[in-house]
Write a protein that binds this ligand. Structure first.
Ligand code: GLU
Length: 594
């Protein structure tokens, strides 16, 4: 999201919009920054400015990450916030360890395998029917993640980390084209709920670009949490309001806009919220051309899929043909074998070099495989395959941030409310949207006779694709990156890594380069520029393209240069462009040339 150069705040009468001065934390929206003393990249200049201030004031990477994340909850409310969950990856410069926090949402205790099957006809709900309901909401893990990260590795309190974000929510920020469009895209659902339309559909329409968006309810919620602690969210008044919203959605008697489906209540209870626990999985770890790649383990499939695909490329050739083939093979295995509760031995096997060889031997350098390719046979050897698992599609929302501090600590954090706008219900009086993360479960078994690794169940976490990744070289950080984009997260992270490590690009070039995503389907999903540039060389090999997609991902990354420097990198164009900043900038555009 990018600020407009000149602000002309309009006076409107709704709760969400009032006249105010320029935002407190406006900052220039440069997509690349080079320098020393700490670095941050997010999708939004206000969040980047808040995080940079924490770094400048002596806070560490975790302090800056949480302050920035809380701000993204205000300025990117349709992608992430305290109503959702995510995965936090941390490199500790002192111990040189990479550790993770799993703040994924959990299903209610009442969820069974048929959770998303309509009892009246025995058929699965359509995605949007399931999404805009109380059923899709899992217990949010984001706030617990922030608290835990600060306790483990931070130096500041949760209260002080929420303060700048509360100020942004109070004072407001200018609506840009991306923010307005995100509302317009889901206006039919937003208009169904009294709370959501009051905040985001002033006068029944999305706010105009340039108006000031305020969220006093969220400011008050952040301040309440700051004074009372996270207990108020998981066991107190906010928990009550979340449960009420899920069980009795705030449906307007006079909805603005139309919605094709009945809006079903959910069954989430106070006990579900009170029972929420973070997990601390050991990160996935794989070698790539002498580097060590750390990723997020289950319930995310990101770490194993990125690691497996890199291993397959390493066993083959460093080019786009192998990137696409490796990605298809890794997705076949991910769809078949990876869910939140996959056995450790299976996950270990999937990112082993032996497995990569078994899979890479299927790739013909001169001819593309026919997609979908079957998954590999876990008990086989050589070029054997098993039965196919069908993919599920995830949303296109989510946000990502990357932070490093002057001491060399690193945070890579991806968090989300799933689809853009989550389940589309703002918790009345609290100012945040609820997630629809449970739609990341498979609604019906996808594996034929074999066990499906991603069916709903009581207290279960749905499989994710989020891929916050930290790459070490000789035990020290070399690169950290992540992206939103549902299942395309995996291919975006993979492609940026291949661009940077194998294809001779600098990090900003690797981020800006046109993207393509081959998730084991007949046609490659590609941005128009990718197809125009590489189609002529890939099509003769047998690669086919599906309809173009305007853009894939909205990544952020940091590269660590020799002598303690940073190249912070956000998107130059996608999703309105992101914002990178460093503590002490240097003007050296040649740095980072591989
Ligand atoms: N729910 C998705 C996941 O966990 C993320 C949604 C998105 O990025 O759009 O993988």
């Amino acid at each position: 999201m990018r600020f407009l150069p000149a602000l002309t705040a309009l006076s409107l009468t709704t709760a969400g919009l009032v006249v105010t001065s320029a935002p407190a934390h406006a900052a220039p929206a440069a997509p690349t920054a080079t320098g020393y003393g700490g670095a941050i990249a997010t999708v939004d200049p206000t969040a980047t400015a808040v995080g940079l201030k924490v770094l400048r004031d002596g806070g560490n990477a975790v302090d800056a990450a949480i302050a920035a994340a809380a701000t993204l909850g205000v300025t990117e409310p349709f992608s992430a916030g305290i109503g959702g969950g995510g995965f936090f990856v941390h490199y500790d410069a002192r111990t040189r360890r990479v550790q993770t926090i799993d703040g994924r949402e959990t299903a209610p205790a009442t969820a069974g395998e048929k959770y998303f099957i309509d009892p009246t006809d025995g058929l699965p709900y359509e995605f949007n029917e399931a999404r805009v309901s109380g059923l899709s909401t899992g217990v949010p893990g984001t706030l617990a993640t922030w608290e835990s990260a600060l306790k483990r590795w931070g130096t500041r309190s949760l209260a002080s980390s929420l303060r700048p974000a509360a100020e942004v929510a109070d004072k407001g920020f200018p609506v840009d084209a991306t923010f307005r469009q995100q509302i317009a895209d889901i206006q039919g659902a937003f208009g169904q709920f009294t709370s959501t339309r009051a905040l985001y559909l002033p006068g029944g329409a999305p706010p105009a670009v340039g108006t000031i968006q305020r969220n006093p309810d969220l400011a008050a919620t952040y301040r309440l949490i700051a004074s009372k602690g996270t207990g108020v969210f998981y066991r107190g008044a906010v928990a009550d309001d979340i449960v009420r919203t899920v069980q009795h959605p705030p449906i307007a008697a006079d909805p603005t806009g139309t919605w094709a489906y009945p809006i079903r209540p959910g069954t989430l209870t106070r006990a579900d919220l009170a029972g929420y626990r973070l997990r601390y999985p050991v990160p996935t770890r794989s070698g790539y051309r002498g580097l060590t790649v750390y990723g997020m383990s289950t319930p995310s499939s990101g770490g194993t899929a990125v690691g497996e695909a890199l291993n397959i490329i390493e066993a083959g050739r460093p080019d786009l043909h192998h990137y696409l083939e490796a990605s298809a093979l890794a997705f076949a295995d991910r769809n078949r074998y990876v869910g939140a509760y996959s056995k450790k031995s299976v996950l270990k096997k999937l990112i082993s070099d032996d497995w990569a060889k078994q899979r890479a031997c299927l790739i013909d350098p001169a001819k593309a495989l026919v997609k979908p390719v079957p998954p590999g046979d876990l008990n086989g050897a050589g070029c054997t395959t098993a039965t196919t698992g069908a993919p599920v599609e995830e949303g296109q929302s989510t946000t990502n941030l990357t932070v490093a501090d002057r001491w060399g600590n690193v945070v890579e954090y991806t968090f989300t409310i799933e689809a853009t706008g989550g389940n589309t219900m703002v918790v009345p009086g609290r100012g945040f949207l609820l997630n629809n993360e449970l739609t990341d479960f498979n609604f019906t078994p996808t594996q034929g006779e074999a066990a499906d690794p991603n069916l709903p169940g009581p207290g279960k976490r749905p499989r994710s694709s989020m891929s916050p990744t930290i790459v070490l070289k000789d035990g020290k950080p070399f690169l950290a990156l992540g992206s939103p984009g549902g299942a395309t997260i995996i291919t975006t992270v993979l492609q940026v890594l291949v661009n940077r490590i194998d294809l001779g690009m600098t990090l900003p070039e690797a981020m800006a380069a046109p993207r393509a995503s081959q998730r084991n389907s007949a046609g490659i999903q590609a941005e128009p520029a990718f197809r125009a540039r590489y189609g002529p060389s890939l099509s003769p090999l047998g690669h086919t393209f599906a309809a173009d997609v305007a853009e894939l991902g909205a990544a952020t990354a940091i590269e660590f240069t020799r002598g303690g420097g940073f190249i912070a990198s956000a998107e130059p164009v996608r999703r309105g462009g992101g914002a990178a900043a460093v503590n002490s900038p240097i003007d050296d555009s040649t740095r980072g040339r591989p």
